[in-house]
Design a protein around this ligand. Sequence first.
Ligand code: ADP
Ligand code: MG
Length: 583
Amino acid sequence: MTPSPNLKQRSFSRLLSYIKPYRLGFIAAAIGMIGYALVDVYFISQLKDFIDIGINQKNTDYLRYAPIFIIVIFIMRGVFNFMASYCLNWVGTHVVQEMRQQLFRHLMHLPVSFHDQHSTGDLISKITYNTEQIKQTTSRALAVLIREGVFVFGLLVLMFWNSWQLSSIFLLIAPVIAVIVRFVSKRFQLLSKNIQSAMGEVTTCSEQMLNGHKVILAFGGQEIENNRFFAINNLTRRQDVKMEATRAISVSSIQIIASFALAFVIYMASFPEMLDSLTAGKFTTIVGSMMMLLRPLKQLTTINSEFQRGLIAADSVFQVLDQPAEQDTGTHVLTDIKGEICFDKVNFAYPGHENQVLHDVSFTAPAGKTIAIVGRSGSGKTTISSLLPRFYDVFDGDISLDGIPIKSCTLASLRQQMAVVSQHVTLFNDSIANNITYGFTEPVSAEKLQEVAEKAHVLEFTSTLKDGLDTMIGENGVSLSGGQRQRIAIARALLREAPILILDEATSALDTESERKIQSALNELLKNRTSIVIAHRLSTIENADSILVMEQGRIVEQGNHQSLLEQDGAYAQLYKLQFGTEQ
Ligand code: ADP
Ligand code: MG
C-alpha cells in the first residue's frame, strides 16, 4: 500500500518540523551549496573571454591572470563544498538521532498488545535502517535539489545570454524530460517500498535464526533456515537491481535526448548567418554548458524518487510514533497497600482476537495469603497474571486491589506494588548485582544486596566466582544455568519488597533437584505477601491457602489441597496423574 499524497505531504511537513531546530545549520548548508553552484557557473562564464581575449587576441596579460583565477576559484569551491557537506550532515545526524531516540522511547511505552502483533525484527529495522534511510535520502535529495538546481539555472541563463536562438531548443526538450522523470519516480516509489519491507524481513529472519540457534542445531534445520533466508535475501537483491535498471535507463534516455539538443545546436551553427554572430568563445560556452548540463540533469531525474524513498521511510516511522501509548488515565497513586486482590466477573479476549480467553473469572486473594492457580496449558493462567499489572485491559468485569479498581490507579504506582517472576527470566547484559537492583534509581546498600542475594541463594554460586556479585552476565561474562538465572530473578523480586508477588511457572523450567534448592528461596519470597502462584508441579503448591483450578478460561474448582482432593474432581485427577508418573 502506498501512502496517499495527502499523507505524504503530512509526513513531509512533519519531517520539516524535525529540521526546524537546526535551521541555522540548514541555511549555512544551503549557502554552501548555492555558492558552490555559482562558482561553477562563473567559471564557465569566463571561458568565453579566455578564448576570445586570451587565446584569439593573444592577450598575455589576461593569460597571466588566468592561473591565479583558477586557484582562487577552486579554493572557493572547496570551502563552499565543505560548508555544505558538513552542515547538511550535522543537521541530518541530529534529525536521525532524535528520531531514533523518540522511536526507542515510544516503543517502550506502547502497550503489550502492540508488541504481540508486531515482529521484533521489523521494529528493529525501523530503528536502525529506516531512520538512516531518511537521513541519507533526504539530505542527498536536498543537496542535489539546491546545488544542481542552481547550477542548471545558472547554466541556462548563461546559454541564453550568449545566444538565445541556439539555446531555445531546450524549451522543446524540457517537457520530454519531465515525462520521463515522472514515470521513473513512480516506479522508484514502488520499488523502494518493497525494499524497505524486505529489509524488515531480513532482520526478522536473522533474529529468528540467532534466537533459535540451538533448536536449529538440534533439529537440523540449517537447510530450512538457509532457504528461507535465501528467498528473502534474493528478493531484496532483485528489487535493488530493478531500481538500478530503472535509474540507468532513465539517465541514458535523458542523455540521449540531450544529445539531440547538442546536435541541433551544432547543426544550426553551421549556417553562415549564425556563424557570423558567433565567436569561438561564445560557441564553446554554449556547447560546454550543454555538456555540463548532462550531469545535473541526470541527478535531478532521480531526486524526486530519492525524496519519495525518504518520505516512505519517514512515514513508516511516524506510523509507529502515532500508535497510542499505554492508557495511563488513572489518577490514584497506590502507596502502602495491604494487598487484597479481587477479580470480579472478569471476561477477557486478547485485543485483535475473537476468542474469549477468560469467562466470568471471580476470586479473592486476601492480603498476605497465597493463591495457587493450576490447570492445563492454555487454560488462561498466564492471562490472569498479565491482567493484574494491566498489560492488557479487561473489557468486562473488575479487578481491584484493596478495593480500589486498578483502572483508576496510575500504571507506575500499580506496577510498583508487584513483583513478577516467570519462567523466562530476562537478564540484562550487566553485572549480577545490577541485574538484581534493576529498576532502582537510588543506589541500594551493599548490606541490603548481600541480604537478598543470600536469601535467594544467589551467593551460593557467586561466591565461587572471582568477581562475586560484580561478575558480568552474558556475552562476555559467565553463562548461568536456568536455576541460577531463576535465583537472580527471585533476588530481584525480594529486593523490590512489593506487597504482591506473581510467580508464573517460576520453577517449571528446572529439574526437581534445582527446584528443591530454590524452593526455600521461594518460601522466603512468599512471606508477608499476597502471592499468586501458577505452577504445574502440584507438589509446589500443596501449602497454598487456596487453589483455583482453571479449565478453558473458567474457574472450575476452588479450595485448599485437602478439600479439593476430597471433592475428587478435576484437581484430584490432575494430582493422581502427576503422582502416578512422578513417583
Ligand atoms: P496458560 O498460561 O494457562 O498456559 P495462557 O493464559 O497463556 O494459558 O493462554 C490462554 C489462551 O490465550 C490460549 O488459548 C492462548 O492461545 C491465548 N493467548 C495467550 N497469549 C496470547 C496473546 N498474546 N495474544 C493472543 N492470544 C493469546
Ligand atoms: Mg502460562
